[in-house]
Design a protein. Structure first.
Length: 261
């Protein structure tokens, strides 16, 4: 069952999403050479608390057997795709490609967003991957509308990125969001015939999140029980926003971070 949100719930998510975007913008600015990832996480926890929210990733488990997630933000560097852990000894280096993924409970509802930062003298390949991943999210948003198919999102991402030779992660998807961190429907970033056809409806709240690599799409999970890395060591980027589906398109609940406006 895909739960629709009421206009009141969507208004709450929008208030939360605006705060979340502000916190993510701060993290992006703080993500510089020499920054400790655990300090970035501390900043995220403090800012969320100050704003009256609760970090939704902290102590979260996707599956009951998962270890509880130890932070408010996922920090995934270079060949790490998503769910990288904040760690005390981990320091951002010049040229790193850093994914920052953050979620928050606010007035009883969850929003979710992510951005990737190419730090300092990152390679042109890293910057291009990052720009193209963000652009694929923009293209994906264009298909969102009451009556459209969920799988049109994956088709839009594929249409832009496959000809450029990128890998599109298949094992991880976007998702519904709001009453829980992860809800139905699953939102793949690629398309295959045989996917169950799900129609978008006004009031659905969706976290759309292309995860893209410069090489192969295959990933593995590290022994920490969370971090996903590319198998071939290629670079990965990740962008995510939360939207509410409307009759004419969508309402952006997590505004693009400052630098992207
Ligand atoms: N935004 C992440 C996702 O949709 C949520 C990560 S849950 C965490 O996969 F516990 F890893 F933080
Ligand atoms: Co998400």
């Amino acid at each position: 069952m895909i739960k629709l949100k009421t206009p009141e719930e969507i208004a709450k998510m929008k208030r939360g999403g605006e705060i979340l975007s502000r916190v993510l913008s701060m993290l992006m600015k703080a993500c510089v050479v020499g920054a400790h990832t655990v300090e970035l996480d501390k900043l995220a926890q403090e800012e969320i608390k100050k704003a009256g929210g609760t970090p939704s990733f902290l102590n979260y488990k996707i599956h009951p057997k998962d270890p509880a997630y130890p932070g408010a933000v996922c920090i995934s560097i270079n060949d790490e795709v998503v769910h990288g852990l904040p760690e005390p000894d981990r320091i951002i280096k010049d040229g790193d490609l850093v994914g920052l993924d953050i979620g928050m409970w606010y007035e009883g509802l969850a929003t979710d967003m992510a951005a990737t930062v190419a730090v300092g003298k990152a390679s042109s390949q890293a910057k291009r991957l990052n720009d193209d991943t963000r652009e694929s999210l923009r293209r994906a948003l264009k298909v969102v509308k009451d009556g459209a198919w969920i799988h049109e999102i994956g088709m839009a991402v594929e249409e832009l990125l496959e000809p450029k030779g990128y890998g599109i992660i298949k094992e991880l998807c976007g998702h519904g969001v709001g009453h829980a961190v992860h809800e139905e429907p699953q939102i793949p970033n690629y398309h295959e015939r045989g996917f169950r056809a799900v129609k978008m409806k006004a009031g659905m709240c969706l976290a759309i999140e292309p995860m893209i690599t410069t090489g192969d799409w295959r990933i593995r999970q590290l022994n920490d029980g969370w971090t996903f890395s590319t198998i071939d060591g290629s670079l990965a980027a990740h962008w995510e926003v939360t939207v509410a589906v409307t009759k004419s398109g969508y309402e952006l609940l997590t505004p693009w971070p400052d630098a992207e406006k």
